[in-house]
Design a protein around this ligand. Structure first.
Ligand SMILES: [Ca+2]
Ligand SMILES: [Ca+2]
Ligand SMILES: [Ca+2]
Length: 240
């Protein structure tokens, strides 16, 4: 066998060994994992232990750098990954809403520099109903002419509830603050007919009987928005 023919397998073997060496040096223990935790979970809440994954390669937890959109976790010497603050689903930079389970996903990347290794996981902060609905204005004014036809409708202001859909606004109620027995049925609030494309309830006020300016020229309504747990907020509507 010529000298050059012998060199080719040697070169091939060297490349193979070098590739294996690089693979052994660059560990990636990442298989994206999702950990669900309820919002308002206290600081120090256990997420997972990384001793058998990252800890196997990177000998000291202090060698691990954590990269995340939010400084939300810390890694202890025991390789316990824990929260470093109380969790909040309504964090405004929440990366995405994870849909059905009403979570807020936080991307967490853990990097060991020497030997190089990395692990990526997601913390899914599950929503709790910890906010009441709120109106942006305390008082709203609407006007109407006396000859307004019956069944005329007025769109009402929408309350905002930062919780996810099921914990958000689920309905509205109306009470007249200056009506007597005869006039309290003049208007009706309807909140179960219309929704926006993203499911937000669009309440409206409907005129049920004809108006008589000489009998009553002003209505004061208290309109309340509430969520599934009965948290509510109200504002006033002056109509006249
Ligand atoms: Ca919250
Ligand atoms: Ca919430
Ligand atoms: Ca709520």
């Amino acid at each position: 066998m010529s000298q050059s023919a012998k060199l080719i397998p040697d070169l091939y073997r060297t490349c193979l060994l070098l590739s294996l060496f690089i693979l052994l040096c660059i560990h990636s223990v990442s298989s994206d994992e999702i950990y669900n935790k309820r919002e308002n979970a206290k600081r120090g809440t256990f997420i997972t232990n990384l001793a058998s994954s990252l800890g196997r390669i990177c000998k000291k937890a202090s060698n691990v750098q954590i990269k995340s959109g939010r400084d939300i976790v810390e890694l202890r010497e025991s390789w316990d990954l824990v929260t470093r603050e109380e969790l909040d689903h309504e964090w405004e930079d929440c990366e995405e809403d994870s849909g059905d389970d009403m979570g807020c996903m936080v991307d967490i990347l853990l990097i060991c520099k020497s030997p190089f290794a990395s692990k990526r996981l997601w913390l899914n902060i599950l929503d709790e109903n910890d906010n009441p609905p709120k109106f942006s204005k305390k008082r709203v004014h609407l006007s109407m002419p006396e000859n307004t036809p019956r069944n005329s409708e007025w769109a009402l202001d929408i309350a905002n509830d930062p919780d996810s859909s099921e914990n958000g606004v689920t309905g509205y109620s109306l009470s007249c603050e200056n009506c007597d027995q005869d006039s309290k049925g003049t208007f009706q609030l309807i909140d179960d007919e219309r929704r926006s494309t993203d499911g937000v309830i669009l309440p409206k006020l409907v005129l049920k009987t004809e108006l008589d300016h000489e009998e009553k020229d002003n209505y004061i309504f208290k309109i309340s928005a509430f969520d599934a747990d009965g948290n509510f907020f109200h504002h006033f509507l002056n109509f006249g």
